[in-house]
Design a protein around this ligand. Sequence first.
Ligand SMILES: Nc1ncnc2c1ncn2[C@@H]1O[C@H](COP(=O)(O)OP(=O)(O)OP(=O)(O)O)[C@@H](O)[C@H]1O
Ligand SMILES: [Mg+2]
Length: 320
Amino acid sequence: MAIVTVRNLKKAYGDFYAVDGISFEIEAGEIFGFLGPNGAGKTSTINMLIGMSRPTEGEIIIDGIRLKEDIKRAQRIIGVVPDESNLYDELNGFENLCFCASLYGIGKGEREERARKLLKLFKLEDAADRPFRAYSKGMKRRLTIAAAIIHNPKILFLDEPTTGIDVESARQIRDLLLALRREGKTIFLTTHYLEEAERICDRIAFIVGGKIVKISTMDELMKNSVQGYTVKLSFEAAKKRLEEVKNHLERKFNMDIDIEDEDSCLIRSKEAIPLYPILKDLNDEGIAVFEARTIKPSLEEIFLRITEIEASAGKVGMDR
Ligand SMILES: Nc1ncnc2c1ncn2[C@@H]1O[C@H](COP(=O)(O)OP(=O)(O)OP(=O)(O)O)[C@@H](O)[C@H]1O
Ligand SMILES: [Mg+2]
């Protein structure tokens, strides 16, 4: 069931459309990723979803609430992690969380209990008494997420939650988000890291130039945007024989072979590549294959390919 519905959403700054007519739904309990390059319109979109910026056009419905009719009610059930932290430098971790809770009208005893629980969950107990300004970037991001869920929201919106922090902190944050999903929360996040989207998102929307060019699960994405298959064959001491291997395989199996370096070559094919017959054949020819490995396309390649396909179909308007 959709918990967020967005229809024909637009945001114009002057006559420039940063968000240009996007529509999508977020299912309850999923992690929905908004993936796109710098300037694609991710922050502009999230700011409209959280009621921080007014849409030029279009409709946003959050858990049955029309945002433009009742922003306050919608904001009680959402949590927000902005790209720049919104916490107070001079307050310590505990005080920051208690202050955020007080904004939602949570009583003293309750808010102190929640603050302590979240500091523990986010492994910030030792830093509870330190001022926010003394936190590392990763700690700041964790406390900002803790603050965003202090009122136990149904839906969490995060703008680039792991940008600018180290690998280990980013991993901790992804684990926290997965744990929140297990608790039944719905999560919307923006990112320009393909790897991140692949690791934790159930579905991904690609946004380029203010338009969504594709919405799909990662699996579908790999299946539909991969042009054929690639297998890398490595040989032992094959230096002189690679040309011979290439000619032989091309003739016999009717496939394209590229010599990659002095001891390996790539087989490319539109259809799945039957490895066993090839290996057997080479063996019969007295050519020892050291390793055969299927090459997965990088997410960068997939992204480029999707944007190319959609651009050539005239769907991506970059020059509005
Ligand atoms: N307040 C504003 N006034 C004018 N133009 C703006 C404003 N905010 C954003 N833009 C423009 O809108 C476009 C989309 O910006 P936005 O911040 O939404 O992109 P983004 O996808 O979040 O990028 P990034 O990955 O860099 O965070 C950009 O061209 C940006 O320059
Ligand atoms: Mg942004």
